[in-house]
Design a protein around this ligand. Structure first.
Ligand code: SF4
Length: 183
């Protein structure tokens, strides 16, 4: 029996966002959050990540376990529409991040060196970047794209957690959708 330590791991989510302010290349560590759940799922044939370790679920539990409006969860979240929308968004986002990083590597476009919300909207606050070592421009570009994805989903998940229940985001999270047999 595995021990549920996700609430203790909530600080990892905060640490990720702090690391991105030191140097955006460190945001590539967020790719672990995309790959580890699938690794554990195929290894254990179970959503081990979601049940025991996910730091983002831990963050939602820790913050919104005590505060929140606890409203009734709307149908679009419960009936699968929300899952579909977020899954399509996630797919488009991954495709955009991959293709644009390739284009930056080929020198066809400049790196997008700022954070966006929902792919399109530039967040008008520049990340500090306290460390000044230099890395190739595709790393800068991909770092900002990963940071943007993580920030967007954490903001939306936090709003849902405040309105409804701490882990409402999990009902539409693409990781959950893709590691659940019946999609
Ligand atoms: S559904 Fe998503 S947010 Fe929820 S525990 Fe799983 S990976 Fe984490």
């Amino acid at each position: 029996m595995k021990k549920n330590i996700q609430n203790q791991l909530f600080f990892v989510t905060i640490l990720f966002f702090v690391l991105g302010t030191l140097h955006i290349s460190l945001a590539l560590l967020g790719l672990v959050c995309f790959t580890l759940p699938f690794y554990q799922y195929f290894k254990n044939k179970d959503r081990v990540w979601c049940k025991y370790y996910c730091p983002r679920a831990g963050l939602f539990n820790v913050i919104f376990g005590k505060i929140g409006l606890k409203k009734k969860i709307p149908n679009w979240i419960k009936n699968g529409k929300g899952k579909q929308i977020v899954l399509y968004y996630f797919g488009i986002n991954l495709f955009f991040a991959t293709m644009s990083t390739i284009m930056v590597s080929l020198g066809r476009i400049d790196p997008i060196d700022y954070v966006r919300f929902l792919i399109l909207f530039e967040i008008p606050i520049a990340l500090p970047q306290l460390l000044t070592y230099s890395v190739p421009s595709p790393v800068i570009h991909l770092g900002y794209r990963v940071y943007s994805m993580m920030l967007t989903s954490t903001i939306i998940g936090s709003v849902l957690a405040f309105l409804y229940l701490p882990r409402t985001w999990c009902m539409i999270c693409p990781i959950q959708t893709l590691t659940t047999k019946k999609v």
